[in-house]
Design a protein around this ligand. Structure first.
Ligand code: CP
Length: 302
């Protein structure tokens, strides 16, 4: 049976740990010729820098070849071709599909149409499971464990797909505590809070975090997702809601790290970049190793 990665819940805790192990191996030796003779289709219906380039670098470092598009306006989607037909075609050409699409559920649909494995590189405000695996790898590297972490999720918790996937994944580990920091308009959706309730996991909701940041092991900042707002005036109201500055890090824990899936707009001031607690650029580098691991695991190459 083929192995897709559409939701972070498609993998279990043992598989997360296996991916972490493989990522560490790829970090030691990124150039492993496991994809020789294989073609990967990289279908980006939405803009991307890190996800696309780290996947494409990962594929190149593994000796594979890449076909696809970075902008659906250069594909036959502009002539009215459906997602169904596009996937049916690509299925004939490639051994693996990596797809980003603005519609929630599109990646699952593609996996149902395709006979080859599909990796979700982000579907609307729904899920971004490969980002979550690289976030977990970053946490494991910096904290030495994925258990007992106090995780602050800050910013756009409504539309930010990375925080949704991360919450689900970290709920599989021992005793996480979540602190959600968001304005009411961008609060964590109820279904995720119900999920935590069903597992007896503690979470707290705040609109400010200056007074409590000293408790955090991980501060996970997010961008307000302008492209998901139906009304631009609503975006204008919340776009500057949180700005993390270096002066706010004074009383934070020694081990605390600041993560961000990137791109950032202004939610992390550039004066944080030089702090040893700023981890977001290394986190993005970890994405390449983690995506090599995900490809190897999905195609059963290791
Ligand atoms: N983190 C992330 O998904 O970045 P891109 O949108 O640049 O791929």
């Amino acid at each position: 049976m083929k192995k897709d990665l559409i939701s972070i819940m498609d993998f279990n805790r043992d598989e997360y740990m296996r991916i972490m192990e493989l990522a560490a191996d790829f970090e030691k030796n990124p150039n492993q010729n496991l994809l020789e003779g294989k073609v990967v289709a990289s279908l980006f219906f939405e803009p991307s820098t890190r996800t696309r380039l780290s996947f494409e670098t990962a594929i190149s470092r593994m000796g594979g070849r890449i076909v696809g598009f970075t902008d659906s306006s250069s594909s036959s989607v502009t002539k009215g071709e459906t997602l169904h037909d596009t996937i049916r075609m690509v299925n004939n050409y490639a051994d693996l599909i990596v797809m980003r699409h603005p519609l929630e559920g599109s990646a699952r649909y593609a996996s149902e149409v395709a006979d080859i494995p599909v990796i979700n590189a982000g579907d609307g405000a729904n899920q971004h499971p490969t980002q979550t695996l690289l976030d977990m790898y970053s946490m494991l590297k910096t904290q030495g464990t994925l258990d007992n972490l106090n995780i602050f999720l800050v910013g756009d918790l409504k539309y930010g797909r990375t925080v949704h996937s991360l919450l689900m994944a970290m709920s599989q580990f021992e005793n996480p505590i979540f602190n959600f920091i968001a304005p009411p308009e961008l609060a964590m959706p109820i279904e995720y809070k119900k999920y935590l309730d069903s597992k007896g996991i503690r979470y707290f909701e705040h609109t400010e975090f200056t007074d409590i940041i000293s408790e955090a092991d991980i501060v996970y900042m997010t961008r307000v997702q302008k492209e998901r707002f139906a009304d631009p005036i609503e975006y204008e109201k919340v776009k500057n809601v949180y700005i993390l500055r270096n002066s706010m890090l004074k009383n934070t824990k020694e081990n605390m790290k600041i993560l961000h899936p990137l791109p950032r707009v202004n939610e992390i001031h550039v004066d944080v970049d030089a702090s040893p607690k700023a981890y977001y650029f290394t986190q993005a580098l970890n994405g390449m190793y983690t995506r090599e691991a995900i490809i190897a695991h999905t195609l059963g190459l290791k």
